[in-house]
Ligand binder design. Structure first.
Ligand SMILES: Nc1ncnc2c1ncn2[C@@H]1O[C@H](COP(=O)(O)OP(=O)(O)OP(=O)(O)O)[C@@H](O)[C@H]1O
Ligand SMILES: [Mg+2]
Length: 253
């Protein structure tokens, strides 16, 4: 059976510098794949190439066996890709609920603002409310994001991405900025969503949580895949430890 997503030789150069080079990997349906690597490794660039923000200068990207490499962003979203951003940027003038309804509208129309006034609003509203409940932030439904703590904003960002009902949910550092307790809870939520059938790619620096919830890891370094596989075996590799510590590790000490 072909994988849900197949990325072949993804390559992006900014000026003369390769941000990612010949990256090839696959993602199976219902997987929770962790993508890790030091700062500047190319993680965000790779995901932006998958979602169409950048066009790979080489190779191809297939979703369910269909080429999406030449599709613009909105068509890739319609075909099932959704990405939450590294920095949370909700619409400040809209409350939590409308932020999620607005995001859901992107799936239906290129003029998502319409969704807020459409007849189908009741149905969309119910769906959005269910998402806020599922993510534990329904108490903020009618509040605007400006005064909300970061933990709520991170969950709102997740709700907005989920509202697109994606086949693949790509999360860029959803745990960043949270304390360990909050990070653990949000990681539990991600694991639950995955167990309910949501396929995910998780970019994260919080290795403890990545190791706990991901079944497979890809390690990027300097724009290339350094290692790939089951989390414990990946971290046993000296080159992975070196990339993280920036120095050679003596296995004997
Ligand atoms: N728009 C851009 N223009 C020029 N260079 C860029 C651009 N975006 C990223 N880069 C460079 O490409 C490389 C990879 O960056 P990227 O943001 O993908 O890394 P990352 O793994 O997501 O890092 P972090 O963990 O810090 O978020 C870096 O050297 C970065 O400076
Ligand atoms: Mg990044």
């Amino acid at each position: 059976m072909s994988p849900l997503l197949f990325v072949d030789s993804a390559t992006i150069k900014f000026g003369g510098l390769s941000a990612i080079q010949d990256i090839t990997f696959h993602l199976d349906s219902k997987e929770l794949l962790g993508v890790i690597g030091p700062n500047g490794a190319g993680k965000t660039t790779l995901m932006r190439t998958i979602t169409g923000i950048y066009q790979s200068q080489k190779g191809s990207i297939e979703l369910e066996g269909i080429q999406i490499s030449n599709l613009p962003i909105h068509k890739r979203v319609k075909s099932g890709l959704s990405m939450s951003q590294q920095l949370v940027r909700p619409f400040k003038s809209m409350n939590f609920l409308d932020n999620v309804i607005f995001a859901a509208g992107h799936r239906k129309t290129q003029k998502p603002l319409k969704t807020i006034f459409l007849k189908s609003r009741i149905e969309e509203k119910q769906k959005a409310m269910n998402l806020l409940e599922q993510l534990g932030i329904s108490d903020m439904a009618l509040e605007k994001p400006e005064k909300a703590p970061l933990g709520y904003l991170k969950r709102l960002e997740l709700a907005r991405a989920m509202a697109l009902e994606p086949k693949i949910l790509i999360l860029d550092e959803p745990l960043a900025g949270l304390n360990q307790g909050e990070a653990e809870k949000l990681a539990d939520t991600l694991k639950t969503l995955n167990k309910q059938g949501q396929t995910m790619i998780l970019i994260e620096h919080n290795l403890r949580e990545v190791m706990r919830i991901c079944s497979r890891l890809i390690v990027l370094n300097n724009g290339k895949i350094l290692a790939e596989g089951e989390p414990n075996s990946v971290f046993k590799q000296t080159r992975v430890q070196e990339a993280y510590l920036g120095e050679k590790i003596n296995a004997g000490t």
